[in-house]
Design a protein around this ligand. Structure first.
Ligand SMILES: [Zn+2]
Length: 164
């Protein structure tokens, strides 16, 4: 596939913007993306090729969810007690504090859902599905080779054998 360039929000060949691009968002899938505009293939590291890179640590432990739950509870406690105080003592409440309580609840629930997914085995089932898709992609020797050239630690079983 030649020299593959990396994106930072737009196609490195034709400059077409990737809609909704957020470098912090991580997904499982092929990091090699064909541009819909110029058909060239670029590298998008937001995508994790799980058979070459492994699962991301945050998807394997409950600590991510627990951290979010603690953060959410802290926001509810701080903003909640401030709101109780202003309502009781000064007879008003701040809309910002109410928003803070709601956001705290959302973060807490997201953390809880994350923890349940890890604990119940739903997360590892999902990762198994990604691994299966990843294996299918890597069975294409040209694809595996392209990732090797980009520095990916592709398992030997997918690499072209040099003495063949
Ligand atoms: Zn392009």
């Amino acid at each position: 596939m030649g020299n593959i360039l990396e994106t930072n929000g737009s196609c490195p060949y034709c400059g077409k913007r990737i809609s909704g691009y957020d470098p912090r968002v991580r997904k499982y899938g092929s990091p090699l993306i064909r541009c819909g505009s110029c058909s060239q293939v670029y590298l998008d590291r937001r995508f994790t090729e799980i058979e070459a890179e492994g699962a991301r640590a945050e998807d394997l432990t409950t600590s991510t969810g627990i951290k979010a739950m603690i953060l959410g509870l802290a926001a509810i406690a701080v903003c909640g007690s401030f709101t109780l105080y202003t309502v009781k003592v000064r007879d008003y409440y701040s809309l910002k504090m109410v928003v803070c309580i709601i956001l705290g609840a959302v973060v807490f629930i997201a953390g809880l859902v994350d923890m349940i997914q890890v604990k119940s085995g739903a997360r590892s089932k999902k990762l198994d599905k990604y691994r299966q898709e990843s294996r299918m992609r890597l069975q294409d020797p040209d694809y595996a080779q392209a990732l090797v050239e980009l520095g990916y630690d592709v398992p030997l079983e997918y690499r072209k054998r040099e003495n063949q």
